[in-house]
Design a protein around this ligand. Structure first.
Ligand code: NAP
Length: 470
């Protein structure tokens, strides 16, 4: 009998928790995994009246109400294409495939178009929040056909995180829009984490504070305008003791991994000509962190700057204010990319709603996001988040601290690429001259690329007096 509301394929961490979350909300869930043993284990461990395990695909599909809703929670990439091919002959016109994995948005656009021709509806749904989010309420970013969305809306909204009774799930746009928004969310997450990491370096190596004190500082900051999931867990991390003595943070190798969504975001921004230097800096820092042998050699050979640190009494507050100002720039960059992508891919992105669904369930959840929603509700055509009155006041109030902190880090020899790129971005926008006139002159000199003049309209080429001989 076709009675199940939705089927979930992929019973690994994300799929099993999402399926249980759906079952908790009263939806009848069919669960299936390529390796049957995994389904069995999940079902045995989590007996639930609304969840049933299936051990072959035809029975699984046969159990679903029409139009069938099949959610894929499997490894992104080739496995998704393989599974789609396996499902296709067994699906009917109007059935809906929902890819909830971290698929690359261009793959989602391709699959959306391919399946549309075959009469199958395809949704690319960004899901953020990891294991806990999947189980108790993630932030959900659905992309696909707007007419079909109501078929899956109630399930996705019910299982998402909620803030003030509002679901952290909103229809994002056509085809790959949901996965795009998730990708950039992850990019912003990279920048946010990098900034917090640089803050740690400053507190530790300039401030001279120990882990317990740093935990206190982050805890304190988490009570104010910096309140966020990442600041909260950072406080926990510094307070965490190691059974072998000291704190765990000091036992972890200084080398970070990445799965690629930050890199995808950077590549995409370069393609679109959007400056997201802080996200790129965060990716590059993870890359550099892995060059452990080279870093060791450099530590032996490059002199450490000698600098007498003069700590102001307000050092901690200066770092906090710098972090807030730089965080504004990280989000301004990420949302500039959304703005550009909306035009590039013809998506009607609602930036305010995007910020609103990040308020809970996801890794970048923060107090701060409601300020972004407010900024776009006051002006939905805002060119850049920096120009919102609230954010601009913060940049102006905090920029002297940001400069001071970066100077101290530079003089001490501490790498602070995310902080530095935030300031570069501010200065590149603010400075009346950024040297591009010389670039244009050089381009015109060697390539007759022409230039515009400040004193009259039109496009000009100058016959340069070529004194220089190569
Ligand atoms: P995963 O480790 O990414 O993938 C494992 C699952 O994929 C297993 O169920 C596996 O089945 C299945 N699979 C692999 N190749 C397959 C194929 N060719 N055909 C059918 N099934 C195949 O699982 P996950 O960590 O739960 O993540 C699921 C998706 O959510 C991924 O796209 C991931 O990027 C995304 N995501 C993860 C997180 C997170 O925090 N983990 C957060 C957000 C989004 P077998 O058991 O048979 O091998």
């Amino acid at each position: 009998m076709s009675q199940m509301d939705i089927g979930v394929i992929g019973m690994a961490v994300m799929g099993s928790n999402l399926a249980l979350n759906m079952a908790d909300h009263g939806f009848k869930v069919a669960a299936y995994n390529r390796t049957a043993e995994i389904t069995k284990t999940v079902i045995e461990k989590n007996t639930h009246e609304n969840m049933r395990g299936f051990y072959n695909l035809p029975e699984f599909l046969g159990s679903l109400q029409r139009p069938r809703k099949v959610m894929l929670m499997i490894k992104a990439g080739k496995p998704v294409d393989l599974l789609i091919e396996e499902l296709l002959p067994q699906l009917n016109n109007g059935d809906i495939i929902i890819d909830g994995g971290n698929s690359f948005f261009q793959d989602t656009i391709r699959r959306f178009n391919y399946l549309k021709e075959k009469g199958i509806n395809y949704f690319g749904v960004g899901i953020s929040g990891g294991e806990k989010g999947a189980r108790f309420g993630p932030s959900i970013m659905p992309g696909g056909s707007k007419e079909i969305y109501p078929h899956i809306q109630s399930i996705l909204e019910a299982i998402s995180a909620h803030v003030d009774n509002e679901p952290c799930c909103t229809y994002i746009g056509e085809n790959g829009a949901g996965h795009y928004v998730k990708m950039v969310h992850n990019g912003i997450e990279y920048a946010d984490m990098q900034l917090i990491s640089e803050t740690y370096l400053l507190l530790r190596h300039v401030g001279g504070y120990d882990n317990k004190k740093i935990a206190e500082i982050f805890n304190d900051w988490n009570q104010g305008e910096l309140h966020s999931y990442l600041i909260g867990i950072t406080a926990d991390i510094f307070a965490e003791d190691d059974t072998a003595g000291g704190q765990i943070i000091d036992k972890i190798v200084d080398s970070a991994g990445q799965k690629g969504t930050g890199r995808w975001t950077s590549i995409e921004a370069l393609k679109q000509g959007i400056d997201i230097s802080m996200i790129t800096a965060a990716c590059n820092t993870r890359v550099l962190s892995n060059l452990r042998a080279e870093r060791k050699l450099a530590q032996q050979q490059i002199d450490t700057p000698v600098y007498k640190k003069e700590l102001d009494n307000d050092f901690i507050e200066a770092v906090r204010k710098s972090l807030y100002a730089a965080k504004i720039i990280a989000y301004a960059q990420g949302f500039s990319l959304y703005r550009s992508a909306g035009k590039e891919y013809n998506w009607q992105l609602d930036y305010g709603k995007i910020a609103a669904i990040f308020r809970a369930g996801c890794i970048i959840q923060a107090e701060f996001l409601s300020k972004i929603t407010k900024a776009y509700s006051q002006n939905k055509n805002l060119e850049n988040l920096m120009f919102d009155k609230f954010f601009m006041e913060n940049i102006n109030n905090n920029q002297s601290d940001l400069r001071k902190i970066i100077c101290t880090a530079v003089n001490t020899g501490l790498p602070v690429p995310a902080f530095s790129n935030a300031l570069q971005y501010i200065d590149a926008h603010r400075s009346p001259q950024i040297g591009a006139n010389l670039i244009q002159a050089q381009r015109d000199y060697f390539g007759a690329h022409t230039f515009e003049r400040v004193d009259k309209g039109g496009v000009f080429h100058h016959e340069w007096s070529e004194h220089y001989k190569k």
